[in-house]
Design a protein around this ligand. Structure first.
Ligand code: IMP
Ligand code: MG
Length: 181
């Protein structure tokens, strides 16, 4: 049984189910993006999406460019404010390109909506969003990803890139951090 800082982790999605869902998403994405006039650009959000991006791009059977964007949310609260600060901008010019924005989890949706607007300002031809997890009943803004891995309950999750105070990213499955104890 895994523990982080004395808290037990309960497995929600095992490694095999993660891998199977990533393959399914890749099939959907490559079908839609095969219409692109030039190589699509996969934009991963650091740090959380790096594991998902690494698996997803290796399941894609089309040539893609991979880039990363690192933003931090203003403020110290547990919940995102929706106001973002760019820590590391993209190296790739998105103008006229097909772009797939990839993130680990959609909670309130504030961060992703803000980043979506920011990427739109770079004038891509097509901009689609792929999120591995979405917490049920948490969304505060009108934002739906084009591709979604799983809907998950409103619990604090770690694994597959998701962290709790920087720990837990290296777990192969998705785990809920035990609330009591
Ligand atoms: P949002 O703006 O509220 O949608 O925040 C989404 C971001 O919060 C994600 O990209 C994660 O970095 C972080 N986050 C939200 N829920 C969790 C969780 O359960 N575990 C770890 N990180 C989370
Ligand atoms: Mg994140």
């Amino acid at each position: 049984m895994w523990e982080i800082r004395g808290k037990k982790l309960n497995m929600l999605i095992d490694e095999e189910s993660v891998a199977k869902r990533v393959r399914e998403l890749a099939r959907e994405i490559e079908r839609d993006f095969s219409e692109a006039e030039s190589e699509p650009v996969v934009v991963g959000l650091l740090k959380g999406a790096f594991v998902f991006v690494a698996d997803l791009i290796r399941e894609l059977r089309i040539p893609v460019i991979v880039d990363f964007l690192w933003v931090s949310s203003y403020g110290q609260s547990m919940e995102s404010s929706g106001v973002i600060r760019i820590v590391k901008d993209l190296d790739t010019d998105l103008e006229g390109r097909w772009v797939l924005l990839v993130d680990d989890i959609l909670d309130t949706g504030l961060t992703l909506k803000e980043i979506h607007t920011f990427l739109k300002s770079k004038r891509p031809r097509v901009l689609k969003t792929c999120v591995f997890l979405e917490k049920e009943g948490r969304k505060k803004v009108d934002f739906d990803p084009d591709y979604l891995g799983f809907k998950v309950p409103n619990r604090f999750l770690v694994g597959y890139g998701l962290d709790w105070g920087e720990l837990g990213r290296n777990l192969k499955g998705i785990y809920a951090v035990e609330e009591k104890g």
